[in-house]
Design a protein around this ligand. Structure first.
Ligand code: NAD
Length: 290
């Protein structure tokens, strides 16, 4: 069997998979592949699946399966699985970094000093302590963020369309979360329901000076509406790891908007997480071969 490693995985993985069959990262061999390992870059669309007649198993190292046409894969009898539990801590830690960096002026302080400026008087910090965090989506990653924010002394509230009790967060309606939060962190999958969920009407419900953190998916946020809210200063920061595409297109209004804090979709890319994902892939292939 040919195993195609189509995206970035732990460097040790090709060696670890050799016992299961031939391993390649040559994407032009997709037509021969029985197993394809992807992260978020490879898009397993209908066309991709049609170009891979031997394909039986897609393993997505990570969580979101919005880059796989799951309906068509099922129709073709292709098994599709993710490594859902591996990434929660890695993504939650990035969400904390994106929350802490703007209120501590980490980037401005660094850039100031690199440019020979001592901005001690200009850079007034604020704290997470006693602020309200609103989580939208409180599954695996949302829960890890809730735990960390609770430890920072924050009040944690959440809206989740499919969860009605939670051990840490006080559950509220979406409008209440939007209206009451100082920080809003997004943790839903990208679905038809969540696409552009954060739009102009919903942004209008938020507090002046709210900080948004997005480690979920770029398209959960309406980019044009967010750009306007950043330009007016209503949103004090949009700290995002995720984009409408990877990388965002040249005309993405957010990359040149004020009050942005940007990372290039690295939420799951910790060394430790890539190791955990590799372990799960090996376990899955062991199960597949039995
Ligand atoms: P999860 O399934 O454990 O949690 C998602 C939560 O969102 C669930 O509780 C679900 O009920 C809720 N939800 C679904 N639809 C909703 C809606 N319409 N309104 C409100 N809540 C809704 O998933 P997770 O492991 O916490 O991951 C969440 C998302 O994070 C993934 O789907 C993925 O898109 C994203 N992610 C990003 C990175 C990154 O690198 N930045 C890495 C991993 C995951």
């Amino acid at each position: 069997m040919l195993i195609l490693i189509s995206d970035a995985f732990d460097a040790s993985l090709p060696e670890r998979l050799k016992d299961f069959g031939e391993v390649t990262d040559d994407k032009s061999r997709v037509a021969e592949a029985e197993v394809v390992l992807i992260r978020s870059k490879t898009k397993c669309t209908r066309e991709y699946i049609d170009a891979a007649p031997k394909l039986k198993y897609i393993i997505r190292g990570g969580v979101g399966l919005d880059n796989v046409d799951q309906v068509y894969a099922k129709e073709k009898g292709i098994r599709v699985e993710n490594t859902a539990d591996a990434s929660s801590v890695a993504v939650a830690e990035l969400a904390m970094a994106l929350m802490l960096a703007p209120i501590n002026h980490v980037v401005a302080g660094h850039n100031g000093m690199a440019g020979g400026k001592w901005l001690k008087k200009e850079l007034k910090r604020t704290e997470l302590y006693k602020k309200t965090l609103g989580l939208i989506g409180i599954g695996r990653i949302g829960t890890e963020v809730a735990k960390r924010c609770q430890a920072f002394g924050m009040k944690v509230i959440a809206f989740d369309a499919y969860v009605d009790k939670h051990e840490i967060a006080e559950l509220k309606s979406l409008d209440e979360v939007l209206a009451q939060s100082d920080f809003i962190s997004l943790h839903t999958p990208l679905t038809d329901e969540t696409r552009s969920m954060i739009n102009a009407d919903r942004l209008a419900l938020t507090k002046e000076g709210v900080i948004f953190v997005n480690t979920a998916r770029g398209l959960v946020v309406d980019e044009a509406a967010m750009t306007k809210a950043l330009e007016s200063g209503h949103v004090a920061c949009y700290a995002t790891d995720v984009w409408s595409s990877d990388p965002p297109p040249a005309d993405c209004p957010l990359t040149s908007a004020p009050r942005m804090l940007m990372t290039p979709h690295i939420g799951a890319s910790s060394k430790e997480n890539l190791g955990r994902i590799g372990d799960i892939v090996v376990d899955k292939l062991q199960g597949y071969q039995k």
